[in-house]
Design a protein around this ligand. Structure first.
Ligand code: SRM
Ligand code: SF4
Length: 572
């Protein structure tokens, strides 16, 4: 493959001297709030994105001002576990450096938005002081490793969480650039060649995502990840993991060569092989992923183009042994269990619904303050969920009443009394910070849900958990293409509606209507919900019903996503 054909980012990585670029110099230049284009790409590997406040764009343009630049920082939280101290520090930094909110992401991480350039280094340094980091939270490397967040509901969870942390550590880039730039670490002598033993000089062709799930809960949505491990438990003992590869959701409207894809379950490995399998899957993708076209660079396309059998054979070669045959498993859902649960050790865990993952104080609902108060007295930990919620975890029996009193004081004890639809909702960030958003999501989905709730009440469906997800563009950050109802932005106040995703996140959805605006949404969904209330079979999930009823065709696998769309869907 000739160099000319490689995508621009490959050149940036090659020239970057292991991710240094000119970030350090750029940070010192305070004549602008931004960094150079190349450094913006490299910054992602360090866990931060340059953004601008899109609400202010027009006005700033009118007044011939530079865009209102600021930075989003993504904090890695492997397996989603944070200590009360880390929560308090994140909360403090949200006020001191960011926009006064904490965003809980769909990959069990924290995000802080709105940090100006002059505060960027200090914020990243202070994050590291709390024993958290941001390296590899973004960029063409392995990202935050996810894991079912509530470890004590099954005796194996502890082991599984450790595996997630081991994988995360093993795949963290080795470059000293991060320490040099943000932590004032000693500079590596220029005569010394650095090595990135797993990634090499140009890292991966594209982002890479890993998760671990313990059935029957698929709350981490394994089918949307490049690599997943499904814990297999026999006689209450972890015997190993099924290995799933090639999931991913991002696509581009109007470009059928891009599509969401469900991961294939290809084999089984033992617990002591899990880190090795992760490393070798990463290496196969490093060596065979497409570095010429970033829209075709994820592992899902490597596998789709060459076939699952090719991938398995190649992986076995890299491993030097064969994965064993897949073992039986069953997922039941991909949602969170709200409120209190008691584990087998007698500890208590409270899952708090956080709409859109935004921890913020609003008039009448000071949730951020409440969580801060809880963090001050809590002796267990916090667990971020992949559904953008938080678990106040490991509350000893004798501490429960104290935590309960605080939940009540701040109105959080009733957060899960909302409709099951709302409790099953996810919205990506979208406007005003996301530079790729075509439409609103986090600021709009709550209203859409309120609207639909009226109908659900009338139909007696208030307690039916139907997954509903909205994203501001088809990159899929809120995983809309595996939801039972998915809205995906096409332009301001215009959404494509997808139906028929699996209730456990195991099936892709299908386009049902294009370019719906706020008023069309109810008119489109109401008749379908009416039919669901009347015609569903006992226990039938909404996503299964719309396929059985012939409302949408089933999507079998990625390339089929744009096929067999019913004619009416394309009429708008
Ligand atoms: Fe994402 C890019 C936010 C989970 C697929 N994602 C972005 C950026 C960084 C926009 C950008 O590149 O400029 C968004 C920042 C918005 C902001 O202002 O904060 C963004 N993604 C998010 C988060 C915060 C959404 C949320 O509301 O929780 C999630 C952070 C996860 C984390 O902690 O690491 C987030 N993104 C996802 C997921 C879901 C998942 O991983 O389970 C996906 C779909 C799965 C997948 O990867 O296929 C996802 N994000 C993308 C893509 C499309 C990738 C692709 O292969 O096509 C982009 C765009 C890109 O990479 O070019 C993107
Ligand atoms: Fe931004 Fe699109 Fe991701 Fe939403 S789905 S956060 S709009 S990139």
């Amino acid at each position: 493959m000739s160099d000319e054909k490689l995508s621009a980012n490959e050149g940036i990585k090659t020239r970057s001297n292991y991710l240094r670029g000119t970030i350090a110099e750029g940070l010192r230049d305070l004549s602008t709030g931004s960094l150079s284009e190349d450094d913006q790409q490299l910054l992602k590997f360090h866990g931060t994105y340059q953004q601008d406040d899109r609400d202010l764009r027009a006005n700033r343009r009118k007044h011939k001002l530079e865009k209102a630049y600021s930075f989003m920082i993504r904090i890695r939280v492997p397996g989603g576990v944070a200590t009360p101290g880390q929560w308090l520090e994140t909360d403090r930094m949200a006020d001191e450096f960011a926009n006064g909110t904490i965003k809980l992401t769909t990959r069990q991480a924290f995000q802080l938005h709105g940090i100006i350039k002059s505060n960027l280094k200090r914020t990243i340094k202070e994050i590291n002081d709390t024993a958290m980091d941001t390296i590899a939270a973004c960029g063409d490397v392995n990202r935050n490793v996810m894991c079912n967040p509530n470890p004590y509901l099954s005796s194996v969870h502890d082991e599984v969480l450790r595996a997630a942390q081991d994988i995360s550590d093993h795949l963290t880039p080795q470059t000293r650039a991060y320490h040099e730039i943000w932590l004032d670490g000693e500079k590596v002598e220029s005569s010394k060649e650095e090595v990135e033993p797993i990634y090499g000089k140009t890292y991966l062709p594209r982002k890479f995502k890993i998760t671990i799930a313990v059935p029957p809960s698929n709350d981490v949505d394994i089918y949307a990840n490049d690599l997943s491990f499904i814990a297999i438990v026999e006689d209450r003992k972890l015997v190993g993991y099924n290995v799933a590869v090639g999931g991913g959701l991002g696509m581009t409207h109007g470009n059928e060569a891009t599509f969401p894809r469900i991961a294939d379950v290809i084999g089984f490995c033992t617990p002591d092989q899990v880190v090795d399998v992760s490393e070798k899957v990463v290496m196969v993708q490093r060596d065979h992923g497409d570095r010429t076209d970033r829209k075709h660079a994820r592992l899902k396309y490597t596998i789709e183009d060459r076939g699952v059998d090719w991938f398995k054979a190649e992986l076995n070669k890299y491993l030097g042994y064969d994965l064993e045959p897949v073992r039986d498993f069953k997922f039941e859902n991909n949602g969170d269990r709200y409120g209190w649960v008691e584990d087998e050790l007698g500890n208590f865990h409270f899952t708090l619904f956080v709409e859109g993952g935004r921890v913020v104080d609003t008039p009448g609902y000071p949730m951020r303050e409440g969580l801060r108060e809880i963090a001050r007295v809590h002796e267990g930990d916090f667990r971020l969920t992949a559904n953008q919620n938080v678990i106040i975890a490991n509350v000893a029996a004798e501490k429960r009443s104290e935590i309960e009193a605080l939940l009540e004081k701040y109105g959080m004890h009733q957060a899960h009394q909302r409709s099951s639809l709302r409790l099953s909702s996810i919205a990506c960030v979208a406007l005003p910070t996301c530079g790729l958003a075509l439409a609103e999501a986090e600021r709009y989905l709550p209203d859409v849900v309120t609207d639909i709730e009226e109908k659900l009440e009338e139909l007696g469906l208030r307690h039916d958990a139907i997954t509903i997800r909205m994203t501001g563009c088809p990159n899929g950050c809120g995983r809309p293409f595996i939801a039972e109802i998915g809205f995906v932005g096409r332009g301001p106040n215009r959404y494509n509606l997808y139906l028929g995703g699996g209730h456990a996140g195991q099936r892709l959805s299908k386009l049902y209507r294009q370019d719906l605006d706020a008023t069309d949404i109810r008119a489109t969904l109401d008749p379908i919900l009416e039919r669901y209330a009347k015609e569903r079979n006992e226990g039938e999930h909404f996503g299964d019903f719309v396929i059985r009823a012939g409302i949408v065709n089933e999507t079998i696998q990625g390339p089929d996503f744009h096929q067999n769309i019913k004619e009416e869907a394309l009429k708008n």
